[in-house]
Design a protein around this ligand. Structure first.
Ligand code: SAM
Length: 225
């Protein structure tokens, strides 16, 4: 497997090295009882640690772990190539850390969005596929602003008509153009890109709704929105 970052987790400790002791601690080999002892030596605040890196940045999700929590347990209690099960995997933090540390993993979640995000965050996509995807998006972009009147004719055929209560027609037409492009990507056999695109679209809609909500409730300063 291609390593995405070095085994000393260098990317975790950008800007100084707050994690040096932590890094030394978790990278030694322990038996189970010693591993349990180490748990009490760890400062679980992980203050000043980088927690958003690689695919951990994909998509918001409620009540996520910071990556260092599953990472600690993975390092202390499992060996490379062992299998880690997260039965309530949410958006896949444990699965990503398992992947980055050469462990196999199985995730389960009854929320289909959680399962999709987890899958996308742990799937490698080849550069050639991204080049294809960029070309597809460039074509789509040209039509995004031109075609919104078409939505008036199509609104009754959209998969979820309640969407018109949330978004303006202009926005729906842009979303529809993105959805149609993603369906073409799937039809053309790029299932992994289709899933990646769906997660990106969901993430965008999620953050737009959140900022609209925050604006309404005055939680954010207007300069931040
Ligand atoms: C707090 S989130 C886990 C977040 C995860 N630790 C992370 O960092 O992404 C808990 C998850 O448990 C899932 N869940 C709760 N009850 C479940 C059940 N009975 N079967 C499967 N998943 C369940 C929820 O859908 C939710 O995604």
């Amino acid at each position: 497997m291609k390593m995405l970052y070095n085994t000393k987790q260098a990317v975790l400790f950008e800007g100084g090295n707050p994690g040096y002791n932590y890094e030394v601690l978790i990278n030694k080999r322990y038996n189970f009882a010693e591993g349990v002892e180490i748990l009490s030596k760890i400062d679980w605040d992980f203050k000043d640690f980088t927690t958003q890196y690689l695919t951990h940045t994909f998509h918001s999700y409620p009540a996520r772990f910071i990556p260092q929590i599953p990472l600690t347990f993975i390092k202390l209690f499992t060996d490379e190539r062992e299998v880690i099960l997260d039965p309530f995997c949410g958006c896949g933090t444990t699965l990503v850390e398992s992947f980055l540390n050469n462990r196999n993993s199985i995730g389960n979640d009854f929320n289909p969005l959680a399962a999709l995000i987890s899958k996308v965050k742990t799937t490698l996509i080849e550069d050639t596929q991204f080049r294809y995807f960029n070309r597809k998006l460039a074509v789509m972009k040209r039509y995004l602003d031109l075609d919104y009147r078409r939505v008036n004719e199509k609104i009754n055929d959209l998969p979820n008509r309640k969407i018109s209560a949330i978004f303006s027609r202009t926005v729906i037409s842009k979303l529809e153009a993105i959805r149609e492009t993603l369906l073409e990507v799937k039809e053309e056999g790029y299932d992994e890109l289709f899933d990646f695109g769906r997660v990106a679209l969901s993430s965008t809609i999620w953050s737009c709704n959140l900022s609209a909500l925050c604006k309404c409730t005055g939680l954010l300063q207007s300069s931040h929105v």
